[in-house]
Design a protein around this ligand. Structure first.
Ligand code: GLC
Length: 570
C-alpha cells in the first residue's frame, strides 16, 4: 500500500521551479504576451480584507478598500490591485482601445444582454434565462439565480452595480416567504431557483413569484442558489467598495439563514453536504446525488465569502466560529479524498478492501473493480482533478467543469492542485474542450448505464445537454481559472473557439457531440448566460483585476499537513 501522508502536493505533478515566475519577472501588463508555457504567478502582496486568515477572526471585519485610477498599468500593479474596486471596463475603456481589439461580437453581446433585462416596478432586477421565441418558453422566461451570476458580473465589471443590488434585495425578499410544497414546509433559508414578474392588468400591479423547486422538473430545491447569492453579495461588495449593502440587517440575516441550513448538525460523518440529484446546474437526474463536487466547491466558496461579510456581532459570532471549523474540515476532506491524479489512481487501483479501524487507508471501502475503464486512459501522467462524488463504496470519477473551476477560483484547490487541473485541461483538450468550450461533464454515460442513471431521460442522451454536452457559459469560469493560475494560452484558445461559433449560432444554451460540434438538440438560442459568460470572459482578459471580485486567495491556515490515517482524531 502506498504512502498514507496527505500532503496533497505530493500526489500532484508539482511543476519545476524553473517554470515558475514571480511577479517582478513579468515586465508589462499584457496577459496575451505572457510566455506560452504554463506557470504559476507567485503573488506576494499586502494582505487585504479578503485575505483574513482563519486564525485572525477576532479582528474587526470592516473591509479596507483602495482605489487606483491609472489606466496603463503593469501586471505587478494589476495583481496588487486585484482586490480593489473595479474601474469601469467593457466597451468604452481606454484599455480596450489601447491593448485589445474589441471583437465585433462584444457589442452584439451587450445588446443581447440588455434585451434580456427583466424589470419589476420600473427597476431592472435580473435577466431572463433565454429570449428564444422559437421554442416553448417553459421556465426559460424566468430569472434564474445561477444564470444571473454571469450577467451580474458583466454589469459589475461594466460599472453598473444597481441591477445587482436590486437582484440581491429582491431575491432576499423571496427567501423570507413561507415555502410549502404540498403540505411540507421548506427550510427558511432556501433561496429560489428562479423567479418571474407577474403583472395584474386589472390592478395594474406587479408581483414577484419565486420557484423554490415546487414547479421545477423533478421538484428539487436548488442547493446552489443560496451559495451563489452569498458569492454575488461579496462580488458586489468587492467591486463597488460599498459594504453598506452586506451590512444591512436583512442581508446579514439572509446569510445566517442560508448558513443555518448547511451548517446544522445531523448524522453526518463527513463535512461535505449531502444532496439530492438535480439540485444544482445539472438540474435533472444525472447520478450526481450524494456529495457532488459542484455543490461542495460552491459551499466552500460561499463559506469563505460569508466569513468576509458576516458581522461579528452577537448573532454573527457563533456563525463565524462554525464556518471556520467547517472550512478546515471541508478543505481537508476535499483535498484528500476527492483529489485524483495518476499516483492516486494507481493507489486506488491497488486498494485493499474491508479495512476496519481508524488506520484504514481505503476509508470509504472503494472496490477497485468498480473503477471505470475510461479513467485509466483519461488520466494524464501530469495533471489531476477533483472527482465528481465520493461516498461509501462509491467514487464517481467523472470530470465536472463547474466544480473544478470553482475549486480553483475559491482556493479550495491548493496551488499545486490548481496547476494540475489546468494541466489536465491542456492534456485532455479534445475531450474537455473540443470544438466548443466546455464540457459540463466527461465522459457521457451510455446504454444500460444511461437507462439506470438518468431514468431513460431523452434530453440527457449521450453527449447531449447535461450528459457530456458543451456549455458556453462555462467559459467565464475557465478564463477566471486561467487568470488565477497564469495560463494565458489556454484562455486564448478557448476564446478563439467560442468566437468562431457563438454569435453565428445565436448564442446557444449548449452544444452536442463528443467534440461539442453540433448546436444542442433542444438548446435554446439567445441563452443569456452564454452571452454574459462570453462578456465576462472578455472583460476579465481585458482587465484581469476584475478577477478579484470572483477569486479568493489561498488561506495558508488551511494547508493540510496531517497524516491521512490520523484524520479521525484531529
Ligand atoms: C437548465 C439548466 C439550468 C439552468 C436552466 C435555465 O435547466 O440545467 O442549470 O439554470 O436551464 O437556463
Amino acid at each position: 500500500m502506498s504512502t498514507a501522508v496527505v500532503d496533497v502536493s505530493q500526489g500532484t505533478d508539482v511543476r519545476n521551479n524553473d517554470t515558475q515566475c514571480t511577479v517582478p519577472d513579468v515586465e508589462e501588463y499584457d496577459f496575451s504576451r505572457l510566455p506560452e508555457k504554463t506557470r504559476t504567478l507567485t503573488i506576494e502582496r499586502q494582505r487585504s480584507c479578503d485575505e483574513r486568515s482563519l486564525s485572525e477572526l477576532s479582528i474587526g471585519l470592516s473591509p479596507h478598500y483602495s482605489c487606483r485610477t491609472t489606466e496603463n498599468f503593469r501586471i505587478t500593479d494589476h495583481l496588487e490591485n486585484m482586490y480593489s474596486p473595479t474601474r469601469r471596463s467593457g466597451m468604452n475603456t481606454p484599455i480596450s482601445q489601447n491593448l485589445f481589439e474589441t471583437h465585433p461580437m462584444v457589442a452584439e453581446a451587450w445588446e443581447a444582454l440588455r434585451r434580456s433585462l427583466v424589470y419589476f416596478r420600473g427597476q431592472p432586477v435580473g435577466t431572463i434565462a433565454a429570449l428564444d421565441h422559437s421554442e416553448e418558453a417553459l421556465n426559460y422566461n424566468q430569472v434564474f439565480v445561477r444564470d444571473f451570476v454571469p450577467s451580474a458580473l458583466a454589469f459589475l465589471m461594466n460599472g453598473e452595480p444597481e441591477i445587482v443590488k436590486n437582484f440581491l434585495l429582491k431575491t432576499l425578499r423571496l427567501q423570507s416567504w413561507e415555502k410549502k410544497i404540498d403540505r411540507f414546509k421548506l427550510g427558511e433559508g432556501v433561496m429560489p431557483a428562479s423567479f418571474k414578474v407577474l403583472h395584474d392588468p386589472v390592478r395594474n400591479y406587479e408581483t414577484l413569484i419565486g420557484d423554490f423547486g415546487e414547479s421545477a422538473i423533478g421538484r428539487v430545491a436548488p442547493v446552489d442558489s443560496g451559495f451563489w447569492w452569498i458569492i454575488l453579495l461579496r462580488a458586489y461588495t468587492k467591486s463597488t467598495g460599498d459594504s453598506s449593502l452586506a451590512e444591512r440587517p436583512e442581508c446579514q440575516k439572509g446569510m445566517r439563514l442560508i448558513l443555518t441550513l448547511c451548517l446544522s448538525e445531523g448524522f453526518d460523518t463527513f463535512p461535505t453536504l449531502l444532496c439530492a440529484d438535480g439540485c444544482c446546474m445539472i438540474d435533472r437526474r444525472m447520478g450526481v446525488y450524494g456529495y457532488p463536487i459542484e455543490i461542495q466547491a460552491l459551499f466552500f466558496m460561499a463559506l469563505r465569502c460569508a466569513l468576509l461579510l458576516l458581522k461579528q456581532d452577537d448573532e454573527g459570532k457563533e456563525f463565524v466560529e462554525r464556518i471556520v471549523k467547517r472550512l478546515h474540515a471541508l478543505s481537508y476532506h476535499m483535498r484528500s479524498y476527492f483529489w485524483i491524479d495518476f499516483q492516486q489512481l494507481n493507489d486506488i487501483y491497488r486498494y485493499k478492501t474491508e479495512e476496519y479501524s481508524h488506520t484504514a487507508v481505503n476509508k470509504f471501502n472503494v472496490i477497485p473493480d468498480s473503477l471505470p475503464d475510461w479513467v485509466f486512459d483519461f488520466m494524464p501522467t501530469r495533471g489531476g482533478y477533483f472527482v465528481g462524488n465520493v461516498s461509501p463504496a462509491k467514487m464517481d470519477f467523472r470530470w465536472f467543469c463547474l466544480g473544478n473551476c470553482v475549486a480553483i477560483i475559491s482556493s479550495l484547490a491548493t496551488p499545486e492542485q490548481s496547476a494540475a487541473i489546468m494541466d489536465l485541461i491542456e492534456a485532455r483538450w479534445q475531450e474537455l474542450v473540443g470544438e466548443m468550450p466546455l464540457k459540463v461533464c466527461y465522459p457521457a454515460i451510455e446504454s444500460h448505464e444511461w437507462r439506470i442513471v438518468t431514468g431513460c431521460d431523452p434530453k440527457n442522451t449521450r453527449w447531449s445537454y447535461h450528459n457530456g454536452g458543451s456549455w458556453p457559459v462555462l467559459l467565464w469560469l475557465l478564463i477566471a481559472a486561467c487568470i488565477k493560475t497564469g495560463r494565458p494560452q489556454i484562455a486564448k484558445r478557448a476564446i478563439d473557439l467560442a468566437e468562431s461559433r457563438l454569435l453565428k449560432d445565436n448564442w446557444p444554451e449548449y452544444y452536442d457531440g463528443k467534440l461539442g460540434r453540433y448546436v444542442g438538440k433542444q438548446a435554446r438560442k439567445f441563452q443569456t448566460w452564454s452571452i454574459a459568460g462570453y462578456l465576462v470572459a472578455k472583460m476579465m482578459l481585458e482587465d484581469p483585476s476584475h478577477v478579484g471580485m470572483i477569486c479568493l486567495e489561498e488561506d495558508k491556515q488551511m494547508k493540510p499537513l496531517i497524516k491521512r490515517s490520523a484524520s479521525w482524531t484531529c
